[in-house]
Ligand binder design. Structure first.
Ligand code: ADP
Ligand code: ZN
Ligand code: ZN
Length: 744
């Protein structure tokens, strides 16, 4: 075919067709004619266009300009949104790579890369900014000039150090309009317009920089300053990994490059930001987090994409931010599950960071006290450089861990008597204790003692959690809620019984038991915003004796030197799960929680309550630590031929009608097995129901495919997607989950 665009008349002989990534669930690009009035020179890949699609107008990204289209009839694109491309070449290649690897529609990936305001089509110019820069005359001045006008001198010194500053950043520093005007009137500085600067962060006092210890120095020296390299930093909790990240960032910044730091969802706290802002007062920091309003988030993103921001800190999706001067990538808590997206495009930002580092030819460092088996495997097999920090930084010593058997013991609300005694002693010594309970709400189940009724979610195969504070029964899977009942809906008996304990119930009990001390409960219900968490932890940071009680929100990142006792109320969660990754996650969580103890000068103790104190995995973890534990799990995965030894993907389907989902997957499996039969290199399992079989009213099934070679798995999944895109059953949803992390 090949009908060319010059038939439209507007291009006068120049053949130009726009090939665009449109945010629709189809795995291809779409061709359009350029908008009226634009010539070939106006068309630059990476710009956004508004295009008619069906009955709607969608924001699409120009991926290439081509000379021919296989389609006979092309519509013109509606409007060009950006004159300047907002995705550079490297980021476009990276997004295409990710789309191919995760079998995702590339248009959806571009949409995932963009902050909401830009996804909706707001022009980047909206955030253009005024910048103050020195004139030649200004640049010629010494730092000591303008000594008689302190503020003007401060401004001069800042500009001498940093070349230019945005109006917003100057305002945030208290260098306001009159001070700037004075310099401009003296012809020492001038205003120029330019791309946006990141939203200013809260001002902080610079902190003294600690002297690196030998281990830290060796780690930093081992990471090459330029060129691609991938390293795993396995460093015990409190060993100074963050200090290593800061130094590697500083190195990149001093080379004139950008640094990207990815943190887990609950790791991007005001505390983390303060620590970075305090270290780099003269650099521009863009924090990409969900707490930002849409406009501010777009500003942060654009400042990164235009190369204005020097440091970019963000959660998972920040991996897709274009960074034209990228110099180093750092992944904090690389084992954290939040780096893998669990719906839509199911990408892993952790895994993609290594691909991006390779594309950009820069070093990437994955850090954790409890590395994922995937990264550990890559390190042990030599694909990543394996770096260690074995000792805690400063004066802190590793905590002492003991198991408290709970089986033949009179427990009080789930606590053994000696555990309660320890908590009391700790508080009375003026120190802090932390109790970890991985379950929010009052109780995980409500039952009737007369007829056996159990409060189930009407939409999920799950029990409702009782939330006493808000007087609700809630489903933690679909967010269904109903008022708390006081009599049994089935037999009207009033003998209702709340089974088990969540954070609310333990809070009541501990508040009652330790009346003289504040009990601080930290879970998703008490910390709706990051600021709330920060505020809640304030007494703990101030060092007052207090009892912290909470879920895994307490397990990570917090550095509270006065916590000397950590209690893990129930360690048994991961021992008997059907998910092969459950023990790994349990080990990571326990080690991370335990790592909150004794991070300052005072020694730490960890008490772990368990019904199975002799369980070999628990013994291994508690006696020899996560490192030995993880290596043992690796041996088991080898025998079972599971990741990380083999590549694994799930093909998922869900539907209100369970038969349809199962049948769809059975057909899919037949189709795939006809292409590539089971063999020692390739195995199929399923369709089987997901661990949470029904969620939000839909029944969920999957096929698990494991293979020796990723390439083979990729080919099969590509064919599957082609096959499945023909599926006409609109009530059935399917998805490919490459490198799946959850079987739920
Ligand atoms: P991690 O990220 O490994 O948990 P951090 O980087 O938060 O550890 O360090 C733990 C504590 O030790 C922090 O208070 C930090 O300031 C301090 N620290 C880090 N490196 C050093 C060092 N070389 N000397 C003294 N203190 C240090
Ligand atoms: Zn009843
Ligand atoms: Zn539910």
């Amino acid at each position: 075919m090949g009908v060319v665009a010059d038939e439209s008349g507007s291009l006068q002989g120049t053949v130009a067709i726009l090939r665009l990534a449109v945010p629709v669930p189809l795995r291809r690009l779409f061709d359009y004619l350029p908008p009226q009035g634009l010539g070939a020179d106006d068309l630059r890949p990476g710009q956004r266009y508004l295009v008619p699609f069906g009955s709607r107008d969608l924001v699409a990204v120009l991926v290439e300009v081509v000379a021919e289209s296989p389609l006979a009839e092309l519509k013109p694109a509606g409007e060009r949104i950006d004159r300047q491309p907002i995705f550079d070449t490297r980021s476009r290649q990276f997004l295409q790579w990710a789309a191919d690897y995760y079998q995702a529609p590339v248009g959806e990936l571009y949409a995932a890369a963009l902050p909401v305001a830009l996804r909706k089509g707001k022009p980047a110019d909206h955030w253009a900014e005024q910048w103050l820069e020195l004139t030649t005359e200004g640049k010629g001045l010494p730092e000591t000039a303008l000594a008689r006008a302190k503020k003007q001198q401060e401004l001069l010194q800042l500009l001498l150090k940093t070349n230019r500053q945005s109006r917003t950043a100057l305002n945030a520093r208290g260098l306001n309009a009159p001070v700037c005007k004075a310099l401009v009137e003296r012809k020492l500085a001038r205003w120029v317009s330019g791309p946006t600067a990141p939203p200013p962060l809260e001002a902080v006092e610079p902190q003294p920089v600690p002297q690196l210890n030998d281990e830290q120095r060796q780690v930093i020296d081992a990471v090459p300053a330029s060129g691609f390299s991938a390293s795993l930093l396995e460093g015990t909790t409190g060993s100074g990994k963050t200090e290593v990240y800061l130094r590697l960032m500083a190195r990149a910044l001093n080379q004139g490059n950008q640094a990207l730091l990815l943190v887990p969802e609950i790791g991007l706290t005001p505390q983390t930001l303060r620590r970075i802002a305090a270290r780099f007062p003269d650099f521009r920091i863009a924090a990409l987090h969900s707490g930002l309003a849409d406009g501010e988030r777009a500003r942060a993103w654009l400042s990164a994409a235009s190369g204005v921001a020097d440091i970019v800190i963000g959660t998972r999706s920040a991996i897709f931010t274009p960074l034209p001067r990228l110099g180093v990538i750092l992944i904090d808590e690389e084992h954290d599950g939040s780096f893998k997206q669990q719906d839509g495009v199911r990408y892993s930002a952790r895994d993609l960071s290594v691909v991006l580092a390779k594309n950009a030819d820069v070093p990437v460092l994955l850090g954790s006290a409890t590395p994922s088996l995937e990264s550990l495997h890559n390190a042990l097999s030599g694909r990543y450089q394996h770096l260690r920090l074995r000792h805690r930084a400063g004066n802190a010593r590793p905590p002492e861990i003991s198991v408290v058997p709970t089986l033949h013991q009179p427990l009080q609300e789930g606590f053994a008597p000696q555990v309660l005694r320890h908590i009391g002693d700790t508080l009375n010594r003026g120190e802090q204790a932390l109790v970890f309970i991985n379950r929010r709400g009052y109780a995980p189940a409500l039952t009737c003692d007369d007829c056996g009724w159990l409060a189930d979610c009407p939409h999920c195969s799950a029990k409702l959690t009782l939330h006493r504070r808000s007087r609700h029964l809630r489903c933690h899977h679909c967010d269904y809620r109903m008022r708390e009942v006081t009599s049994c809906p089935q037999c009207h008996s009033r003998n209702l019984n709340a089974l088990g304990a969540g954070t609310e119930r333990s809070e009541d009990f501990l508040t009652h038991s330790f009346r003289n001390f504040p009990v601080i409960r930290v879970d998703r219900d008490t910390t709706a915003t990051k600021q709330a968490l920060d505020k809640l932890l304030e007494p703990a940071r101030n060092g007052e004796p207090c009892l912290l009680l909470g879920t895994q929100m307490l397990a990570k990142g917090h550095h509270l030197p006065k916590v000397t006792l950590v209690v893990i109320q129930d360690a048994d969660g991961g021992l008997f799960s059907a998910d092969f990754r459950a023990p790994e996650r349990m080990g990571q969580l326990l080690e991370q929680v335990a790592g909150r103890a004794g991070r300052g000068d005072l020694p730490g103790h960890v008490l772990v309550q368990s019904r199975y104190p002799e369980h070999p995995l628990l013994q291994l973890l508690l006696n020899r630590g996560y490192g030995a534990f993880a290596r043992q799990l690796m041996e088991e995965r080898k025998i079972a031929q599971l990741p990380p030894m083999r590549a694994m993907a799930l093909v998922r389907a869900e539907c209100e009608e369970p038969r349809w989902a199962e049948e769809f997957l059975a057909n899919a499996r037949n189709y795939l097995e006809a292409l590539a039969p089971s063999s020692p290199e390739l195995q199929y399992l399923g369709p089987v129901p997901a661990l949470l079989e029904r969620k939000s009213g839909r029944y969920r099934f999957y096929i698990q495919i494991t293979a020796d070679r990723r390439g083979l798995l990729q080919q099969l999944l590509t064919r599957f997607c082609q096959w499945a895109e023909g599926n006409r059953n609109r009530r059935l949803r399917w998805a490919v989950d490459m490198d799946a992390q959850e079987l739920s």
